[in-house]
Write a protein that binds this ligand. Structure first.
Ligand code: NAD
Length: 506
């Protein structure tokens, strides 16, 4: 049994300093492997959040006027610091979230790739120039920062998701207020310190810990120009509607139910490995996790269940301190209860629970939020375990007769984040990639997360707004286009003009 820690309160990070905050509301932060409360999260009130916005607004003029190449230098230095502090950051992530150290490091590395993308900002901000749009008249377009931006992030990627946002926003010349999930805020605080150690001026990146009250202040303050959100669909829809109603640009990346279609000609070794990694990695707490396998043909389905069953039963569940663990606990005891309740629901709905992870226990960690891998066969689209995002290590297997039915299931589901098809048939793969209503599609790739220089986002109720994150879409979201048309005194003079002229005649 682990000794009971004394919870200590965290601080916000405002104007380059740790700030205790004025609110007397606190949330609990757990070590999910023990179930013990290890820290207390100060939940910012409106005054605390306004302080952060004041700081970001005051820093805006200086930072937006800083040449992009100089901004990039800060990001180069930050990238090196993150790499140097990789072990420390991974420990912070795993301690609050529960995921294995390897998984934490992998996610931090994906975040660093976005930083590397953002170091190319001088190139990314290059505009367009047209000489002589009319006699003596030139025209050019530039992209300028939008202003103070806010980021609201979920619990499942405490390093990576914030790094989808602030490096690109800051590289574009904006200032930023980050409100990380109050369940896992420590990594964001440490990343802000590292940004300052890298040379970022005070106020350009602020971190406030908080819940709905903090979010509502960000959504309604007129000085916040743009809001990036990643989290669940009901909250994302609220944030999109409220932010837009207050005149802000909003991108809200939301929930998912990612399907993997397995065709009878697929390589079953590859399929089995892909399902194990993508359904149970990070205990299923990934917005790109595969949570539904749609298998075409009874024989293929029987074979897949036969192959998966012993692999799921053998999954090594444990705390991040056990380096042999393949799957950690769920994020909090509350979330564990929610996921367990879904397993109960699946049984009550009549699905066949082939592997039951509920009895799994981890020695010396009796209070931990552990749940072993679960596999349901004979799931139908009417069941709640099929329709809802469970966000845990629970996989549903749906049997269908043909490819068209499989594709219809993917297209009819309310979410449209990711989907994959496993097949050797090029025609079938091509039809799938061109006609599924999904934002990120894999062919024999189970988790098709776009690399940093492409953009990440879903369709349907997995995304509200028009712009995806990072890559070219990220730069578009964090900048406004301005087009300048210029004539110089030496150009042709046509006197006062009271009507539009055709292009080329200005
Ligand atoms: P969540 O929606 O509960 O919380 C996300 C953020 O919103 C947190 O910062 C939280 O403090 C804030 N929040 C929560 N309730 C709020 C409310 N009523 N009003 C205003 N703000 C509120 O999500 P979570 O449980 O932290 O994360 C899991 C969810 O995130 C899953 O649905 C998952 O699919 C989704 N997710 C999506 C992506 C993606 O790219 N599409 C990536 C990662 C996670």
């Amino acid at each position: 049994m682990t000794a009971k820690p004394t919870p200590f309160a965290l601080h916000h990070f405002i104007d380059g300093k740790k700030v205790a905050g004025a609110s007397d509301h606190f949330g609990n932060i757990y070590n999910p492997a023990t179930g013990q409360v290890t820290k207390r999260a100060p939940l910012a009130g409106a005054d605390d959040v306004r302080k952060a916005i004041n700081s970001a607004a005051a820093a805006l003029q200086g930072w937006s006027a800083t040449p992009p190449a100089r901004r990039a230098q800060v990001l180069f230095a930050y990238r090196d610091l993150v790499k140097r502090h990789m072990d420390e950051l991974a420990e912070i992530v795993s301690n609050e979230h529960g995921k294995t150290i390897e998984d934490a490091k992998g996610s931090i590395t994906r975040g660093v790739e976005v930083v590397e993308f953002a170091t190319g900002i001088p190139q990314l901000l290059k505009g367009e120039y047209s000489e002589a749009v009319a006699g003596g008249v030139d025209s050019y377009s530039v992209r300028q920062p939008v202003g103070v931006c806010a980021g609201i992030t979920p619990f499942n990627f405490p390093a990576m998701v914030p790094m989808w946002m602030f490096p690109v926003a800051i590289a574009c010349g904006n200032t930023f207020v980050l409100k990380p999930s109050e369940k896992v805020p420590s990594c964001s605080l440490r990343m802000a310190e590292l940004m300052h150690a890298a040379g970022l001026p005070d106020g350009v990146l602020n971190v406030v810990i908080g819940d709905k009250q903090a979010v509502d202040t960000l959504l309604t303050d007129p000085r916040v120009a743009a809001v990036s959100f990643v989290g669940s669909t009901p909250v994302g829809e609220y944030i999109y509607r409220t932010g837009c109603a207050h005149g802000k640009r909003v991108q809200a990346l939301c929930g998912a139910k990612n399907h993997m279609v397995v065709m009878p000609d697929a390589d079953m070794d590859q399929v089995t490995d892909a399902v194990i990694g993508s359904a149970y990695g990070s205990a299923g707490e990934r917005c790109m996790a595969i949570s539904v396998v749609v298998v075409v043909g009874e024989e293929t389905a029987d074979e897949l269940v036969r192959r998966l069953t012993p692999r799921i039963q053998a999954l090594k569940v444990g705390p991040y301190t056990d380096l042999a663990a393949e799957m950690g606990p769920l994020v909090t005891p509350e979330h564990e209860q929610k996921v367990r309740a879904y397993v109960d629901t699946g049984v009550a709905e009549g699905a066949d629970l082939v592997v039951d992870g509920r009895p799994v226990k981890v020695a010396d960690h009796e209070g931990g939020a552990f749940l072993g891998g679960c596999l349901f066969d004979q799931v139908t689209p009417q069941m709640r375990i099929y329709r809802d995002e469970i966000f845990g290590p629970v996989l549903s297997l749906v049997r269908v007769d043909n490819y068209d039915t499989a594709k219809r299931l993917v297209n009819d589901h309310e979410y449209g984040n990711g989907a994959a098809i496993f097949t050797r048939d090029g025609d079938c793969a091509r039809d799938f990639t061109s006609s599924v209503r999904i934002g990120m599609v894999g062919v024999n790739v189970p988790i098709p997360v776009p690399v940093a220089y492409h953009s990440f986002g879903g369709w349907k109720r997995s995304l509200f707004g028009d712009h995806y994150m990072h890559g070219p879409e990220g730069v578009r979201f964090y900048t406004r286009l301005k087009t300048i048309t210029a004539r110089w005194p030496s150009g042709i003079k046509d006197g006062a003009v009271f009507h539009f002229k055709a292009g080329g005649e200005h």
